[in-house]
Design a protein around this ligand. Sequence first.
Ligand SMILES: [Zn+2]
Length: 399
Amino acid sequence: MKTKIINISKIITWNQESNSLDILLNKEILVENNIIIGIENNFNSYNCNIVDAEQCILTPGFIDSHTHPIFIGNRSNEFKMRLNGSSYEDINNAGGGILSSIKSLRNASFDQLYKYSLNNIKPFINSGTLTLEAKSGYGLSVKDEIKSLKVIKKINDELTIDILPTFLGAHAVPDGYKTEEYVDLICKEMIPQIAEEKLAVFCDVFCEEGYFDLDQTRKILEISKKYGLLPRGHADEFKSFGASELANEIGALSADHLMVIDDKGVQALSNSDTVATLLPGTTFFLNKNKYANGRRLIDNGCSVALASDFNPGTCTIRSLTNIMYLAMQHCGLTLEESFLGVTYNAAKSLKKEHILGLIKPKYNADILFWDIQELDELPYWFDSSYTKINKIMKNGKIL
Ligand SMILES: [Zn+2]
């Protein structure tokens, strides 16, 4: 059955040929099943379902390419500790930080983790995120990483949005292991089992001083590639020591954070297929002042995506219009660049740019209907922009 979307004020989508924003006036969109099959002035001849856009502006559904939503409990006490002057190390030493998320996840049953994580993920939809990358990484044992990834699979089956799972066993080194021993466990047990059960699309590593160094990161991501998991990486967040160069060298789809990326890193990501992904929500949430310099990355020819980094410790923002606002205020991006960052470039970092991130024939009918007059209302309304969403279409169906 075909569906025709009529009465559209403007379609706003990236044009990857001209590398600029397209604003299409007086168009109708024809959808068959879950795919856009045409954009024309009118489709008079068709007998089909009608969706009245009520003069809304239409944009592609947003894509969040970096989230950590599979956890249970919260770490709000750390917020208070930070206000009282505690450092990251103080919080870790007091039993907080990522290790506290690991403890709660390990103690939770599959059902408990599923219910909590489902509630973590559901609100993304209301703010317009229709495709979500979701990482494991708070289990850090074979059993608990597989539990986390199976929770992602169940939530993906349950919800109408698409969730792409990432194995992030290399998020931290759990108690009781030396780093090399844990890297062996990841490479010899976790990756083979996860690949065998088809529980992840991507493999990610927290490549930072005190976590996983360049050799360990290379080893994990090369093995993940052999097992068919596509590499991505956390890079240049605290210390710059070559993580972005490594991401480019091994063909990672994205290098994420990049607050301290140096000239060599920028050069490596420039004109490469590795998408430079900025997560300014984390810098804001932690009240730090060193935002990633997105302007420098774009001016040097990098593809830049934006993502929320939603996680229990360092960022609870889910709304990508909030993230657009921060990227424009603090990372030097224009409105058009930040829009590109949550649509087409985010799709690119998930290797879905052939079907996601644009309103164009042959693309998934993932469409947001906005009660706004101009695109700049998205960052303007930032935290309440969801109130401007009139309708959501996911895979051709109105939610
Ligand atoms: Zn992250």
